[in-house]
Design a protein around this ligand. Structure first.
Ligand code: CO8
Length: 260
């Protein structure tokens, strides 16, 4: 892959966008390589969590507008359709995906951030959906995910003005978990990912599926799936061992204090 790299540290995979001289603007080749990277990591049992970031001063400044300018209508349609598969490969990835947003995340790049499970950002991160400035609207699910994740008025504000905002504006609404100094961003994202990847995979992957189910207006399927998962995990070796270990530690402490 030329435009994306995957590095591994233990059970954590780090996906890095690598068109730094173009602020990691996403052309057709890059979209294909991002899809391939996330689809392969989703199926990889050796991976417990994924961090995604950008090289240089951009996370991703959107779709490659210069390539857009050369596309036929059919090529543009094909690009948008391929985009749906790429965003699904991130959002529906079996593994939690942590965005480590180092710089500009605009248009299709912000849509990637919207598809991630947890968002960390550097002080230099900037978010926006500026498609209206090109006379367009987002095509990578931005209107739908921004409305669900940020609230409708916030989404309307971003979409209708095409404004660009610092990541710190998105902390209060819970979208960005932490804003960090540039040097601290990747180490913190890795530390967070390692912690998650050390938990039982069935619980981690199950939790991600359950919070996705919570978007269904009918909560019943989510309640049922949650009960089924907690029961299965309770019966599992890890669940039994950890629950018993807690009870044993508690009993030992009580004995030390002379309590029955
Ligand atoms: N496309 C192509 N090239 C880009 C893009 C882009 N989106 N963004 C930056 N670049 C290139 C510049 O052309 C420049 O290249 P070169 O040196 O060869 O001229 C290089 O990156 C550096 O950029 P700037 O010199 O412009 O850097 P500045 O710091 O002056 O400005 C900005 C940074 C403000 C980010 C500015 O580059 C900018 O406005 N970029 C465009 C942002 C934008 O409009 N993004 C939305 C694009 S549309 C979109 O994303 C639709 C998504 C569809 C989803 C995917 C399909 C389903």
């Amino acid at each position: 892959m030329d435009t994306v790299s995957i590095t591994r540290a233990g059970r954590v995979a780090i996906v890095t966008f690598r068109r730094a001289d173009q602020l990691n603007a996403m052309n057709k080749q890059m979209m294909g390589e991002i899809t391939e990277a996330f689809e392969s990591l989703s199926a990889d049992a050796a991976v417990g969590a994924i961090v995604v970031t950008g090289e240089g001063k951009g996370f991703m400044a959107g779709a490659d507008i210069k390539e857009y300018a050369t596309q036929t209508e059919a090529e543009f349609d094909a690009f948008q359709k391929a985009g749906a598969r790429m965003y699904a490969a991130i959002e529906q990835n079996a593994k939690p995906v942590i965005a480590a947003v180092n710089g500009y995340a605009l248009g299709g790049g912000f849509e990637i951030v919207l598809a991630c499970d947890i968002v960390l950002a550097s002080e230099k991160a900037r978010f926006g959906l500026p498609e209206i400035k090109l006379g367009l609207v987002p095509g990578g699910g931005g209107t739908q995910r921004a409305t669900r994740k940020l609230g409708r008025n916030r989404a309307n504000h971003m979409l209708l003005t095409g404004g660009i905002y610092p990541a710190s504006d998105f902390v209060a609404c819970g979208f960005v978990a932490e804003v960090l100094a540039t040097d601290a961003l990747l180490p913190r994202a890795q530390e967070l990912a390692e912690g998650i990847a050390a938990e039982p995979p069935d619980a981690v992957e199950g939790l991600k599926r359950l919070t996705a189910l919570a978007l269904d207006p009918d909560p019943t399927p989510g309640f049922e799936a949650e009960r089924a998962l907690v029961t299965a995990l309770y019966r599992s070796e890890t669940g039994q061992a950890r629950v018993r270990a807690f009870a044993e530690r508690s009993a030992a402490k009580a004995a030390e204090k002379g309590r029955p």
